[in-house]
Design a protein around this ligand. Structure first.
Ligand code: FMN
Length: 376
């Protein structure tokens, strides 16, 4: 049976059927595993691998595994942070040593938390640290593989754009404020993702309703894709009404059956009310929206300032590893957005896609029956 039609110009640009993209979510490979990325592409949208933090060889394997599951277009999202702490170590072991020497209070605080919860003494066992060289290697992998879209989360992708274009990739850049959109345009990206404050993960300060039309105006004639707080067809219809040509959906796919975050994390999202998804800086050092838990509360109470990238993340990666080993996902960082308050059950990604498409068509058609409009 033919799929219901919901097309914008973006579908031609990206060679997809419906203008719905799985947001690239970097969560050590768990949030956007190959099965989920492929399922979204197979359903007519575009799956995007959240590659941030994945060692280049692991990223390469994730791309190849996705390719074994779908021949349709896929993307990869990487974070290109503008600022990385000066002189940070090149391996986890080096960064841990620096943490002990420079930030003993933070290290002692985390050790105290681990003792309080009886967590085991385990650490992340790969040595990869996000550095300028690491990111260059990741980019090299993306450009060498069979990938159609490169998306840049944080930072300035100007150095990637010429080579990506030469390889035939479409480049997307995330913007959390109209002035970031201008920076992305200057960098030469083809599509801007306007990501509002409601979003899960790293996010800015401007809510989607205020942000999207401003980014549409700033980016014109470049297309804008809306992100942040979109979890059903009504959200898609609203984003299109604000001038976006498509949507970039993260949190709503975290509860997909194919998503590889733990079942307990999915339950936290399903059971959470919108106010339970709060902004804090103790996960990576940058503002990010996560499910609130006792670990964030303890950091806040400690009065310790979050550390710059990559220190806070390396410290918390080890804590999270210990929490996973102990099966304590209630203590683990769980990035997710305010729309979690609307999600009620785990579903296969194909069904999430079907419902997004049919819901958008219904919402758009419903407008015609509910409104009387006309000039004069
Ligand atoms: C678990 C998680 C991890 C994320 N990681 C990244 C990332 O690595 N790069 C990025 O550009 N955005 C990242 N984001 C933000 C998403 O790309 C997207 O903008 C956001 O999820 C959209 O809002 P929504 O969650 O309300 O759908 C992440 C979001 C979540 C929930």
């Amino acid at each position: 049976m033919a799929r219901p039609r919901l097309r914008t110009k973006l579908c031609e640009t990206l060679n997809i059927e419906v203008p719905i993209l799985l947001a690239g979510m970097g969560s050590r490979g768990k949030a956007t595993p190959p099965a989920l990325v492929a399922a979204v592409s197979e359903a007519g949208g575009m799956g995007v691998i959240g590659g941030s933090g994945l060692p280049p060889e692991v990223l390469q394997e994730a791309i190849r595994e996705t390719r074994r599951l779908t021949r349709r277009p896929i993307g990869v999202d990487l974070l290109l942070p503008a600022t990385l702490a000066e002189g940070a170590g090149a391996t986890r072991s080096e960064v841990r040593e620096q943490l002990r020497a420079r930030y003993p209070e933070h290290v002692a605080f985390v050790r105290g938390l681990m003792a309080e919860h009886g967590l085991p003494e385990v650490q992340v066992d790969d040595e990869a640290v996000v550095s300028a060289r690491f990111i260059q290697e990741q980019v090299r992998v993306v450009l060498a593989e069979d990938v159609q879209v490169f998306a840049a989360g944080l930072g300035d992708p100007a150095w990637v754009v010429p080579q990506a274009h030469q390889q035939g990739l479409v480049v997307m850049g995330l913007a959390g404020a109209p002035r970031n959109a201008q920076r992305q345009i200057k960098a030469g990206v083809d599509i801007i993702v306007a990501q509002g404050y409601e979003a899960g993960g790293h996010t800015g300060k401007i809510a989607s309703f205020a942000l999207i039309p401003q980014v549409v105006d700033a980016a014109r004639p470049k297309p804008v894709v809306a992100a942040g707080g979109i979890g059903d067809g009504r959200g898609i219809a609203a984003a299109l009404a604000l001038g976006a040509e498509g949507v970039w959906v993260g949190t709503a796919f975290l509860v997909a059956q194919e998503c590889a975050i733990s079942d307990l994390q999915k339950e936290q999202i399903i059971n959470g009310r919108s106010e339970d998804f709060e902004i804090q800086r103790f996960y990576t050092g940058k503002t990010a929206r996560v499910v609130k838990n006792s670990v964030i509360a303890a950091w806040e109470k400690s009065g310790l300032p979050p550390l710059p990238m990559p220190y806070q993340k390396i410290l918390m990666d080890d804590f999270n590893e210990a929490a996973v080993t102990a099966g304590r996902f209630d203590l683990h960082s769980n990035p997710a957005g305010q729309i979690g308050g609307m999600l009620t059950e785990r579903k296969p990604a194909a069904r999430i896609m079907e419902e997004l498409v049919s819901g958008a068509i219904e919402a758009l058609a419903g407008l015609r029956t509910r409104l009387e409009v006309g000039a004069g």
